[in-house]
Design a protein around this ligand. Structure first.
Ligand code: BTN
Length: 244
């Protein structure tokens, strides 16, 4: 079943709204907006959200999983968006671990996952997705690294179709994930889309910055890298991976 949809022409941020609404709506729901006035990105950045050119949506779900498994929801969302794009545009986007989606090395989608938990575990998870669909220009600070589906494919697809396909694929993979509560069944699907694989990445952690080669992910969704002959696990949120 498709989650209840709350649509807005304009809103501050679909993630911010979803956080407020989560307390009064007991089921899953999806917030969609045509434009955002205060779109938020990861690491406190803003997310440019011009009217009518992008998809700005936040899905609120309530899976019965422990806190440390929540980061895998982002990986599942990234895979679902790639599936939707591939289905509609017949091209294969790649995922820059953990959650940027790139086409021809340009970022076309970002995901901001936020959650709330108490002593019993996770209350809800909000997975916020921004996709550049029809954009033909970008703010100066991202103009060299960002692109849109229209610019990269030359085709225009209906935003509603992209949204419904992504949500459909998300729930399909969430079901698979919930059977084992880990990435074991989805690992190869995610890895086949991983842009980092076999490439040199820069790992940024509290001890400093060091180069490594990305190998894949493990069943917890952590990135496995080879650094100086040793296999290390890189956990989402603890470090950031540069490169590409
Ligand atoms: C990133 O930094 O790459 C993540 C960007 C996430 C943007 C989306 S747009 C819809 C949702 N609402 C927000 O305020 N942010 C997310």
């Amino acid at each position: 079943v498709f989650p209840k949809v709350l649509y807005f022409d304009s809103i501050d941020s679909t993630n911010t709204y979803a956080k407020k609404a989560a307390d009064s709506i007991p089921s899953d729901f999806l917030v969609v907006a045509d434009t955002q006035t205060l779109g938020r990105g990861r690491l406190g950045r803003s997310w440019s959200s011009p009217s009518s050119t992008g998809i700005y949506m936040s899905l609120c779900i309530r899976p019965n999983i422990s806190l440390e498994k929540a980061s895998m929801i982002t990986l599942i969302m990234a895979t679902a968006i790639c599936d939707a794009i591939e289905e509609l545009y017949h091209i294969s986007p790649l995922i820059k671990w953990p959650n940027d989606i790139v086409i021809n090395s340009k970022k076309i989608c970002g995901i901001l996952t936020e959650m709330s938990c108490d002593m019993d575990g996770i209350k809800y998870i909000i997975s916020g997705v921004g996709i550049n669909v029809y954009d033909t220009s970008f703010p100066d600070d991202i103009k060299d690294t960002a692109s849109s589906l229209l610019l990269e494919t030359g085709t225009k697809k209906d935003r509603a179709k992209i949204i419904s396909s992504a949500i459909y694929h998300f729930y399909e993979d969430l079901d698979t994930f919930m059977q084992t509560e880990d990435m074991s069944a989805l690992k190869s699907k995610y890895e086949s889309r991983l842009a980092n694989i076999g490439r040199e990445v820069m790992i940024l952690d509290p001890k400093g910055e060091y180069p490594a080669t990305a190998l894949g992910i493990d069943e917890t969704g952590a990135l496995l890298v080879n650094a100086n002959g040793k296999v290390k696990r890189v956990i989402s949120g603890e470090v950031s991976v540069r490169g590409i």
